[in-house]
Structures are given as structure tokens and as C-alpha cells.
Design a protein around this ligand. Structure first.
Ligand SMILES: *Cc1c(COP(=O)(O)O)cnc(C)c1O
Length: 420
């Protein structure tokens, strides 16, 4: 047996999370390196889908709003996500998507900052932020007018100097903790502190860190955060997102999507909107119960886990993969498009290659699922709850064979699908 395979087996034997794979429903023979895009189905989620559809909806019908506590789901699911974010009870709510939650929080932040004057028109962000984050600010800017809301986007390495130079004109700093393409990590605590020293509110998008990187939103004095639950939280396709608002800010905000579920008494059917006092003020319309209930069950796989343990394995998987493909890097068959040290990036590795799309398709043909991010990035995600080191070893071998044979140039691998 070669030494890397031996190492993989040893690492698996001492892996404290190895038993977690039994909680997931994964097709035989598949190596799933895309849990960072759509987490897999857990048995808990599978059972819940059946229960919520057949028993709750099917048998108890409308009664379930009370008897199965559907009405409280946004808050109870929020409270289940909170420990993964280092957030206290009552500070997180499950609702809508990241995009919609950004709209609510950014506009609430702008209105709060501009209560007295409109001297802070800017929302500052990274130019390589996830596109929807930037698009939402562009839409908000059109709605409010540039004198009240304008996107200021700068390269990540210029965030600090921009805060120092223009801080007094910025209402909200909106950043992603982990960059979706290259996995770059930003120091939340340091940047939040700097922004606060300039009177800037801070919103963090933790889409690529929730459930896989330790977070301390409360301790780091973060104002707002958003995230999705279909990535590392395994909530299912289109599962509802979540939003965090620091408890001290909750009484001071007003968000503009003032729907009845965010009213302090939705069933009083008052004509005048009055926001709910706590985090439920972020709700707008009726929640997606089937999806939210499924997410609640999916979160149970985290019940007894520390995110630190998850992060440790994430780094170990990431390191081991890099070691296995080292010959490809040395011979320039592949080029890293991320930090070289796994501890300095999110739970992923990225490569830049002009044929990244074809390589990704060739991997999929071999039952190894990764993803492609335009224009030229091959992205491989490491979800520590269901991947073994042997999976990593096998995936690295398959990738090596593809790179050496150049089979990714075959025509069959060039056809672009709508979703990449
Ligand atoms: C996945 C992701 C999104 C997705 O936004 P939705 O509105 O939930 O579709 C947004 N931002 C980041 C950083 C992401 O990684």
C-alpha cells in the first residue's frame, strides 16, 4: 500500500467525526465535494419531510400552526442556528433568502444611520463579494436615490484604508466572512472594531462559514449577519436563510418589508403596522413551513458538536487533499487560486484553469462532484461531517488522472448547463 493511502486510513481511524457519515443519505460510490453549495440530505431531514407533509399538513392541517408550533418555527430554528454563530437566544431568525434579508437589514441600517442627516450615503463592500450582495445594494440605491444609498466597492485589501479615509460617509460595511471563490477569510473582530470606531454599522454574510468555521458574533460585537442554510447547514435546496441582529440594536430598527408576520400581534389584524419587539420584526410574510421544519431537523446533526472540532477536520481534509495533489501543482498541471495554507482559507480549495469547466465535468463523470465558478475556477468544498480522508485520497487520484490524460478537453465535457 502506498504511503498516502496508508495515511488516509490512519486519519480515518482517528477521526472523531467519522461516525457522522451514518447520519447522511448519500448515493453509493459518490464523492461529494460540493456540500459548500448544497449540503446533502440527512436521515433526520428525510424523516421530517415525511412527517411534516403526511402527519402535520396531511392529518392536522391548519391546527398545526398551534399543535405543531409552526408559528414559532422562524424563532425556534433561529435559536437552533444561534449557537453555531456564537449568538445569544433571540438574536437570530430563520426567514427568506440572503438576498431578501440583505434588503431588510441594509435598509434598516441606512435609515437608522440617516435618522438625523444623510451624510452617510455609502454601503462599503468588497468588489469580489458574492454578486447578489452587490446587486441588492444596487437595487436599493435605485430605490432610495444615490444621495441616500450608494454602493462603494473596493478590493478586499483596500477595505481598511477606505474605512479610515471615508468612514464618516459610510452607513454600513457589508462583507462576506469567507470569499465564495477563493475562500479568503476576513478577520471579523478586527474589521468590525475599526468600522465601529468610525460610526459604521457592520453586516457580515456568513454563507460560507456558518456550520464550518467558529463564529462569535456577540463577542465580536457584530451588528448584523445573514446566511443561508442550504450550504454547510444541510437544510435542503432553497431552505430559508437566517438573519442576526445584535440584541441592543433590535429596539432601534425599522425594516421596510413590514409584513404581518413581523407585526407585534399578527392575529389582531390591526390596520396599523407595529413591529414585533424582538428578532421576529424581521419577518415579512408566511414562512415556508415544509422547508423550515426540514431545516430544523437537519440542524440536529450539529446538536452535540463543537464547531472547533468541525473546523479542525476541515483544515485536515483540506491539507491532505493539497498534499495528495502536490505533484499536479509542482508540474503546473494545476494552479492554486487561493491561500496556500489551508488554515488561512475557508473549507474549500480553488484552482484557476482555462478548462476549469471541462475538468469539473470530467470529475462529475467519475462520480466526484465539485463545482465551477465562472470564468475559470474549479472549486472543491470539504464538508467535515460526511467526508472521509479515503474519499479525499480517491478524489485526488481521479483529479490527477484527469489532469494527466487531459480528457477534460473532450467535447462531451464542454456543454454548458444553466446551473454550473
Ligand atoms: C450562497 C450565497 C448567497 C446566496 O444568496 P441567496 O439569496 O440565499 O440565494 C449569498 N451570498 C453569499 C456570500 C453566498 O455564498
Amino acid at each position: 500500500m502506498n504511503s498516502l493511502l496508508e495515511r488516509a486510513k490512519k486519519l480515518d481511524a482517528s477521526d472523531v467525526l467519522a461516525h457522522k457519515i451514518d447520519e447522511f443519505y448519500l448515493p453509493d460510490g459518490l464523492i461529494y465535494l460540493d456540500g459548500n453549495s448544497l449540503g446533502p440530505l440527512s436521515y433526520a431531514a428525510q424523516a421530517r419531510v415525511k412527517e411534516v407533509v403526511e402527519l402535520q399538513w396531511g392529518q392536522s392541517l391548519i391546527e398545526s400552526w398551534n399543535s405543531h408550533n409552526w408559528i414559532s418555527l422562524p424563532a425556534t430554528v433561529g435559536d437552533k442556528i444561534a449557537p453555531l454563530l456564537g449568538a445569544p437566544k433571540g438574536s437570530v431568525v430563520s426567514c427568506d433568502s440572503i438576498s431578501v434579508n440583505l434588503f431588510k437589514l441594509l435598509s434598516a441600517g441606512l435609515m437608522y444611520q440617516q435618522g438625523a442627516s444623510t451624510s452617510r450615503p455609502y454601503i462599503l463592500s468588497q468588489s469580489d463579494n458574492f454578486p447578489t450582495d452587490l446587486y441588492m445594494v444596487q437595487g436599493l440605491s435605485q430605490l432610495m436615490g444615490k444621495q441616500k444609498c450608494e454602493l462603494l466597492s473596493v478590493p478586499s485589501h483596500d477595505i481598511q484604508t477606505t474605512l479610515l479615509e471615508k468612514g464618516e460617509q459610510i452607513s454600513v460595511l457589508m462583507l462576506s466572512h469567507v470569499n465564495f471563490k477563493n475562500g479568503d477569510i476576513i478577520d471579523i473582530q478586527a474589521i468590525t472594531e475599526l468600522a465601529h470606531s468610525k460610526g459604521v454599522l457592520v453586516l457580515w454574510d456568513v454563507a460560507h462559514s456558518a456550520g464550518v468555521l467558529p463564529l462569535q458574533l456577540e463577542q465580536w460585537k457584530v451588528d448584523f449577519a445573514v446566511g443561508c442554510s442550504y450550504k454547510y447547514l444541510n437544510g435542503g435546496p432553497g431552505a430559508p436563510g437566517f438573519a442576526y441582529v445584535a440584541p441592543a440594536l433590535q429596539a432601534k430598527l425599522q425594516q421596510p418589508l413590514s409584513g404581518w408576520m413581523g407585526h407585534k400581534a399578527p392575529f389582531s389584524f390591526d390596520h396599523q403596522y407595529e413591529k414585533a419587539p424582538g428578532i421576529e420584526q424581521l419577518l415579512a410574510g408566511t414562512p415556508s413551513i415544509i422547508s423550515m421544519s426540514t431545516l430544523e431537523a437537519a440542524l440536529s446533526v450539529f446538536d452535540t458538536l463543537s464547531v472547533h472540532t468541525i473546523r479542525d477536520k476541515s483544515i485536515a481534509l483540506n491539507d491532505f487533499f493539497q498534499e495528495c495533489i502536490e505533484p499536479l501543482l509542482k508540474t503546473n498541471l494545476l494552479t492554486l487560486a487561493c491561500e496556500t495554507n489551508a488554515a488561512n482559507r475557508g473549507s474549500q480549495i480553488s484552482f484557476a484553469h482555462p478548462d476549469a469547466y471541462g475538468i469539473c465535468q470530467a470529475l462529475i463523470a467519475e462520480n466526484v462532484i465539485a463545482d465551477f465558478r465562472a470564468p475559470n475556477i474549479l472549486r472543491i468544498g470539504f464538508s467535515p461531517l460526511f467526508l472521509s480522508f479515503q474519499n479525499i485520497y480517491d478524489a485526488a487520484n481521479i483529479l490527477s488522472n484527469i489532469m494527466r490524460s487531459k480528457c477534460y478537453q473532450n467535447l462531451e465535457f464542454q456543454v454548458r448547463q444553466r446551473v454550473t
